[in-house]
Design a protein around this ligand. Structure first.
Ligand code: SAM
Ligand code: SF4
Length: 337
């Protein structure tokens, strides 16, 4: 469907859990993120499917499952299969930290996952452990290698450059796209929840570092069926895959945003960081049917904010309260990225 700004909204990110086996320091705050804030259980898979069916009737046809870490939730692959089989679903993709993929990649490919995104911020085992709380870099790298060797379609590595932390590794991380047929994307840190205590590395600085090492970054077109993504791509000479940049702050892409987000408690958020939301989970539990869900979704999607307004967040966590733009549920681990 089209929103008030005239944007075509056809892409839904679905967070199936706000729990995670990692504790990435820019995503989850030291004491842990408040899980399932409503105090209730996360939506059942059947309830999510009900929302997906309503979304399909509104013309939303691209879906990405995320978390927290989606693979900590039991039964995920069966759920993915069920979504994929719904008539009208054009693409179904997954974002994961890659640590729980062992033994699952064949099944994911067989289900027909369109694109697999694996997050990776460092190639150093000690740094990895410091950042995530787990000594599991090798597991993640093994999953990346296996997926690449299987020729997993649209395989992407997501890296968040953090000032003074992994800036010296950006060329090494980018080199994964030279070594394997996959894309490496640099995502600008967003000032949300635990991310507010870190400093982002702007796209221009990442580009400079890569050009010093690999020469000119020649612009590339993205060939994708998965909605109109926010990434811009280039390819240094000799690379098999592309380098992408997703820069919500320095190269804002709100004007062409096509996505909405379903949180694991059933809240539909039309913007990563903006007003407007509807608690579809509560509606389902009150007995709402597809028509009622559709109406509620239509209203909130139509009013999707024009811009994310990140600059209005003052930055650092204030005392005990995290700066969240005045919103509840503002941690990436509950929104799903
Ligand atoms: N656990 C999965 C993973 O790590 O890919 C899926 C959920 S995670 C919240 C999705 C993406 O959000 C990851 O690539 C992560 O790096 C990114 N992310 C988390 N906090 C962020 C922030 N403050 N700014 C930008 N990206 C962030
Ligand atoms: Fe977990 Fe992903 Fe957040 Fe890391 S970025 S803590 S893996 S949800």
């Amino acid at each position: 469907m089209v929103d008030r700004q005239g944007r075509m909204i056809d892409y839904m990110r679905i967070s199936v859990t706000d729990r995670c086996n990692f504790r990435c320091r820019y995503c989850i705050p030291p004491g842990g993120a408040p899980c399932i804030r409503t105090g209730g259980a996360p939506l059942e898979y059947g309830e999510i499917l009900q929302i997906v069916r309503a979304a399909l009737e509104l013309g939303i046809c691209h879906f990405r499952v995320t978390g927290g870490e989606p693979f900590v939730r039991p039964g995920l692959t069966g759920f993915l299969r069920e979504i994929k089989e719904l008539p009208g679903v054009e693409t179904l993709s997954v974002t994961t930290n890659g640590s729980l993929l062992e033994g699952r990649l064949e099944e994911l490919r067989e289900i027909g996952i369109y694109s697999l995104n694996i997050s990776l911020d460092t190639l150093d085992p000690d740094r990895f452990e410091w950042l995530t709380g787990k000594r599991e870099l090798e597991k993640v790298l093994a999953a990346i290698r296996q997926a690449a060797e299987m020729g997993f379609p649209h395989l992407k590595i997501n890296c968040v450059p953090l000032e003074g932390w992994n800036e010296d590794e950006l060329c090494g991380l980018a080199a994964l796209a030279r070594e394997y047929p996959l894309d490496v994307r640099f995502i600008e840190l967003m000032p949300l929840g635990a991310g507010t205590v870190w400093r982002r590395v702007p796209q221009s600085r990442v580009e400079e570092r890569l050009e010093e090492q690999y020469g000119p970054l020649l612009a590339e077109k993205e060939e994708t069926r998965e909605g109109r993504g926010p990434a811009v791509y280039c390819r240094p000479a000799g690379f098999q895959g592309k380098i992408g940049f997703i820069s919500a702050i320095s190269h804002e892409f709100c004007e062409s945003c096509s996505r909405i987000r379903l949180l694991s408690d059933g809240t539909l958020k039309p913007c990563l960081n903006g007003p407007g939301r509807v608690k579809l989970g509560e509606m389902i539990r009150r007995g709402a049917g597809t028509e009622e869900l559709k109406e509620a979704m239509r209203a909130v999607i139509f009013e999707k904010p024009a811009r994310h307004g990140f600059e209005e967040i003052k930055g650092i966590a204030a005392g005990e309260e995290w700066a969240c733009g005045g919103e509840e549920g503002c941690f990436m681990s509950s929104i799903g990225g």
